[in-house]
Design a protein around this ligand. Structure first.
Ligand code: S3P
Length: 202
């Protein structure tokens, strides 16, 4: 059975993690952050369809530019090179002439302080959260995530989640627990909350 939307919105409001800065006027992008497998790409596509805004999937852009998959970038050039590509792309996204966009990020984008600050200035930042068990199940379906190529992916997920939790928290305007919700419901919740956020900043 689907979650009634009013219940969902109430839980979304309660878990809002960063107070709005009434004086700033952020660009009206919606930025999705969160751990690998939390649904950023799927929800990003849903938002793209509903709003008609272009979707920037950062991992995809990086792969297209590099001409290879993320696993190959990590293997050939190392993680630091990949992180540099992420930061460079985030800087480029700060283009005041660009149309409103949906921006879907890679799970580790919050690792650098500069990135966190760039993300916050890009628009409304939504942290999609799912429990470690759900993440493990979803990420086990393919081998596209080099950080999980280990003997014990469950332990890796647990430790990375612990490490990153405060960073997502610091960066997001809104935290959404997506467990039990379909992408359609998550997108509806984000749109309601984003509308409120941007109205407050007009
Ligand atoms: C990473 C997450 C991946 C991708 C890369 C590193 C991370 O993106 O950017 O494998 O550090 O968590 P998804 O979150 O889309 O899987």
């Amino acid at each position: 059975m689907r979650t009634p939307i009013f219940l969902f919105l109430r839980s979304a409001e309660q878990s809002r993690v960063r107070p709005m800065n009434e004086s700033s006027n952020p660009p009206e992008n919606i930025v999705l952050i969160g751990f690998m497998g939390c649904g950023k790409t799927t929800v990003g596509r849903e938002l793209q369809q509903r709003l008609g805004y272009p979707l920037v999937d950062m991992d995809q852009v990086i792969e297209q530019r590099a001409g290879k998959a993320i696993t190959e970038i990590f293997a050939d050039e190392g993680e630091t090179a990949f992180r540099d590509m992420e930061t460079a792309l985030l800087r480029e996204l700060h283009d005041p002439t660009a149309p409103r966009r949906i921006i879907s990020t890679g799970g580790g984008v919050v690792g650098r302080k500069e990135n966190r600050s760039l993300l916050k200035d890009l628009g409304y930042v939504v942290w999609l959260h799912a429990p470690a068990a759900v993440i493990l199940e979803r990420t086990a379906k393919n081998r596209s995530r080099p950080l999980l190529h280990t003997d014990d992916p469950a332990a890796r997920i647990q430790s990375l989640m612990e490490e990153r939790k405060p960073l997502y928290q610091e960066t997001a305007h809104l935290k959404l627990d997506t467990a039990g919700l379909c992408s359609d419901e998550v997108a509806t919740g984000i749109l309601e909350c984003a509308r409120y956020f941007f109205t407050k900043h007009e």
